[in-house]
Design a protein around this ligand. Structure first.
Ligand SMILES: [Fe+2]
Ligand SMILES: [Fe+2]
Length: 298
């Protein structure tokens, strides 16, 4: 491997856009007892998130034209098909090909039973999900090599009714992740692990955490990674987890559609510039309600 991995690449990370459509409130959903209990809490979200802010976040993607866009889940508010399709349409309007965008599911995208959800999410986002040839069929984690970037996209989404928002990777996915992180084809690339739930201790609570976070951290400690990117908490977080040689950088991104004050709830995204295994720079961009645009936050 040479020039391909040595060139510079830009990665944008967004999450938790929580698209809402009144059409989501079809009788089918209202009759779902699993959803009914948490419906009020779910609908409150529509006032905290704005599709216009999501479009402003995607405008940053249009302006910077990154090598890759990573979306770490909670695409929807109610896990409805119309919400998923609305986001896909917004992605289709970007000057990026599906090969340059990876979309992962979050707990909000998994309110309906796993089989139905699995088919729906994978059908709608199929172009944004495939692993590269040689890394197996569509099975989590996805492995996508893009210049110096090795995107390892995990699914932590597990069907659970609100107010539960727990996630899990499962032993099979963890085993595949460990094998991929140690794969020689990734040797000189920046290994970016994307997942919805935060894997670090002390950030989530019993009702919204990653149940096998400890097992995930053990995989990281054995194999290492250059970046772990997550969403779910709707706030900016920066920390490290132990790796085999050096600490692994972990970043939590705020919601890309956050439209309400206080300021830490306003739309947020990350821009990383990467060469080989090195993260050259990291920027936070935050939504400014005055201009209706995202600006780099200093
Ligand atoms: Fe969320
Ligand atoms: Fe979430």
């Amino acid at each position: 491997m040479g020039p391909e991995t040595d060139r510079e690449a830009t990665l944008i990370h967004i999450s938790d856009v929580h698209i809402f459509s009144a059409r989501s409130l079809r009788l089918r959903f209202l009759l779902d007892k699993r959803l009914l209990g948490g419906l009020n809490a779910l609908l409150r979200r529509r006032y905290m998130h704005s599709f216009d802010v999501t479009l402003a976040a995607l405008d940053v993607v249009r302006r910077l034209r990154p090598d890759h866009l990573l979306v770490t889940g909670d695409i929807t508010t109610l896990g409805a098909e119309v919400e998923l399709r609305r986001f896909r349409s917004a992605l289709e309007a970007l000057p990026l090909s599906p090969e340059e965008i990876t979309v992962l599911p979050g707990n909000h995208d998994a309110y309906v039973p796993a089989v139905i959800w699995g088919r729906l999410f994978e059908r709608i986002f199929a172009p944004y999900l495939g692993s590269d040839p040689g890394f197996g069929p569509v099975e989590w984690p996805l492995v996508r090599l893009r210049g110096p970037l090795a995107i390892l996209g995990c699914s932590t989404a597990r069907p659970c009714p609100p107010p539960l928002a727990v996630g899990a990777l499962g032993p099979a996915q963890l085993a595949r992740l460990e094998a991929a992180l140690g794969d020689p084809r990734l040797e000189r690339r920046c290994r970016v692990v994307g997942l919805h739930h935060p894997p670090q201790p002390g950030t989530a609570r019993w009702h919204n955490g990653l149940s096998d976070a400890r097992a995930f951290r053990r995989v990281l400690a054995r194999q290492g990674a250059e970046l772990v990117l997550h969403g779910h908490l709707h706030r900016r977080l920066a920390t490290t987890l132990p790796g085999p040689i050096s600490p692994v950088e972990v970043r939590g991104v705020g919601s890309a559609s956050g439209s309400s004050l206080p300021s830490h709830r306003l739309g947020h995204l990350y821009v990383f510039r990467i060469r080989g295994r090195e993260v050259l720079s990291e920027e936070s961009w935050v939504y400014d309600p005055g201009s209706g645009e995202f600006h780099e936050s200093r």
